[in-house]
Design a protein around this ligand. Structure first.
Ligand code: COA
Length: 283
């Protein structure tokens, strides 16, 4: 894997509020791209982001999607002007549509996204940005990134799915503390709270993300897909339903990529070329 890339934007949507490029490592880099507004999510960005993720989902050049921000922010959350103030007084159905277009990609699209997703948190991350952050499979933050559930600070309760997302990853006492006080915290604390997998120095952020993406793309894509969807869904099921569902995922992965399992077993049991406990087989 290399961090030096010759990215292409060929055949991809985006370009206004979202920047997207595909590099030589099969990573689809998706950037919140409103740096002057600290990448706050306005209605236009929400629509564009859905289209970008949709395009990358069906693009064979991409094995892993990384969501990051242009400039000094990951995302400063929902746009207070365009998402809130400018929709005040609009008909209810317009407000509802704007809200739905946010959660369409921030949660629904990302949570069942068939390819692995990594949030690479390069800076400010507030309020509504916690939804796509938690909906990504993995998250790496810069130690200097700054996080906060700032809604109480500007006089609202957290809307969207922020509270639900927080409850998914953070211990209750910590979630309650930060959601009720609006205090901010840095990347190291986010790691400690398990909001992100790890925090690294800013100058190592991209390198570590590319390394992690490389690990994911070296594995069978159908096996990785079945594994993440299995975890996401089974944890909400009763045990007997989970058993049935997980065996269905297991069999589906074999059906979609029969080579993965047979090569895996042959390499260990017959050829003795690798040990699954210590790494994967040469493909
Ligand atoms: N919604 C709308 N506009 C936003 C925004 C948001 N969430 N976050 C930043 N901006 C805009 C500012 O209004 C400003 O616009 P202007 O240049 O037209 O005046 C521009 O982005 C730069 O913001 P500024 O506050 O000057 O940048 P900063 O680097 O000093 O501070 C933040 C960065 C993120 C700490 C600060 O912008 C902030 O607190 N933003 C709101 C975060 C928040 O509460 N988000 C939750 C929303 S649910």
């Amino acid at each position: 894997m290399t961090t030096a890339t010759t990215p292409t934007t060929q055949g991809l949507p985006g370009g206004d509020t979202v920047r997207v490029e595909i590099d030589d490592n099969a990573i689809g880099w998706v950037y919140f791209n409103r740096p002057d507004k600290r990448n706050a999510m306005n209605p236009a960005l929400n629509v564009e982001m859905y289209d970008v993720l949709d395009a990358l989902e069906g693009d064979d050049r991409v094995k892993v999607v990384v969501l990051t921000g242009t400039g000094e922010a990951w995302s400063a959350g929902m746009d207070l002007k365009e998402y809130f103030r400018e929709t005040d007084g609009k008909p209810r159905w317009v407000q509802n549509r704007v809200r739905r277009q946010g959660t369409d990609w921030q949660h629904h699209k990302l949570i069942s996204y068939p390819k692995p997703t990594i949030a690479m948190v390069n800076g400010w991350c507030f309020g509504g940005a916690f939804v796509p952050l938690v909906s990504c499979d993995l998250a790496i933050a810069s130690v200097d990134a700054r996080f906060g559930l700032s809604e109480v600070n500007w006089g609202v309760t957290p809307g969207n799915l922020v509270t639900r997302a927080l409850a998914e990853v953070m211990p209750t006492r910590d979630a309650m503390y930060y959601i009720m006080t609006g205090e901010s915290f840095d990347g190291r604390k986010a790691e400690e709270l398990r909001l992100v997998n790890e925090a690294v120095p800013a100058d190592k952020l991209r390198e570590r993300t590319v390394e992690l993406a490389g690990k994911l793309s070296s594995l069978s894509q159908w096996v990785v897909r079945g594994t993440k969807m299995g975890f996401r869904h089974a944890r909400l099921m009763p045990w007997d339903v989970a058993e049935d569902f997980l065996y269905a995922k297991h069999d589906q992965a074999i059906l979609y990529d029969e080579q993965a399992r047979s090569k895996g077993m042959e390499g260990f049991l017959d050829d003795k070329t690798y040990r699954p406990g210590l790494g994967t087989y040469e493909s």
